[in-house]
Ligand binder design. Sequence first.
Ligand code: CAA
Length: 381
Amino acid sequence: MDLGLSREQQEFQERARELAERVVAPGAAGRDLTSEFPEKVLRELAAAGILGVMVDQRYGGAGRDCVSYVLALEEISRACAATGVVVSVNNSLVCFPIEHFGGEEARQRFLPALCDGTHVGGFCLTEPNAGTDASAQQTTARREGDDYILDGTKIFVTNGLACGAIVVFAMTDRSKGNKGISAFAVDKCSPGVRAGQAEHKMGINASGTSEMLLENARVPASHRLGNEGDGFKVAMTTLDGGRIGIAAQALGIARAAVELSAAHLRENPGKGRSQALQHRVAECATELEAARLLTLRAALTKDLSMQDRSVRYSREAAQAKLFAAETAVRAATAAVQLLGPAGTARSALAERLFRDAKITEIYEGTSEVQKMVVAASLGFR
Ligand code: CAA
């Protein structure tokens, strides 16, 4: 594995770091308290190509690789994990399936606005009875002439309150099980599509997460992603890339936690002399480096798959997300512990990192799902 970053990759990382420090970090604590969506921040990130990192320049994207994407996402997430997931969902879960499974009309219609920050995207797969078992979709799509009519309720849609475009999964033929699911790119402003209740969560408060309600929503057949019945595979392929994004988000959280813990020990020599405490930070710092290597390996494999369609990256993505998410939780837990009572204060960075880290073990497939994917790659069924 060649880890030497190209000049372009390093420049993109440096640009993301500069924006993360100057634009993303300053309001992060406030947005966590108020749940304000990072709208203005996204406009600046869009101008730097961070909302459509891998999208072809023909559609307004930055036309960069997945390695550049994870480098940027770690920087953004280190400053604000909620902004990290907003950016990750827009890139991985919305732009990717529209570009790779959508027809030309859908690409032209949706991608430029998703890349330039006019719209942010949402991914509508999870339902009250379809979480880990994503094939148990209750939402339906009924063909009517040149359109489909969509009905159903989606939950925990990141960006749901703010999005202008969504990717929706729905049953077109229940008798076919997961081969009866189809995917659609949907204009959030179309009649019959609206955000429902905001989801109140323990962390990642600024992500505008909500229900998404589809009531007699008419979607042109030209906005279907892939063939009818391909929806489950579209979802799984998309989530392979999404998991690399969440691994990068987890790296950002873990790095912020390790930096905070180390600075605290250095600034408090009484504590800092404790070898037990030093070792706890050393372990977290080592896991962070290992998680970054796994994430870069997954990104490199995804980049290879763009040149050679026979290359798969499901296992690499699952291993990166599994390890990076658990690293983020351990590093954030250590930061709270090392800071003592001050680390538990509502205004403390350690406390925010602790709350923000947990969901990385859950969304885009729980740690248990990642282990299922890895086990399947080892031949277990
Ligand atoms: N790429 C392409 N195809 C894939 C695939 C992949 N990664 N994984 C599976 N498939 C295909 C299989 O090849 C199989 O096809 P055939 O029938 O033609 O052989 C088909 O899909 C079914 O595969 P499985 O039998 O393995 O599927 P399963 O029903 O057992 O599901 C699972 C496996 C891994 C548990 C899957 O359901 C899963 O990943 N669940 C988690 C869902 C998830 O991650 N949800 C997150 C929602 S998004 C989110 O979190 C919101 C947000 O905004 C952040």
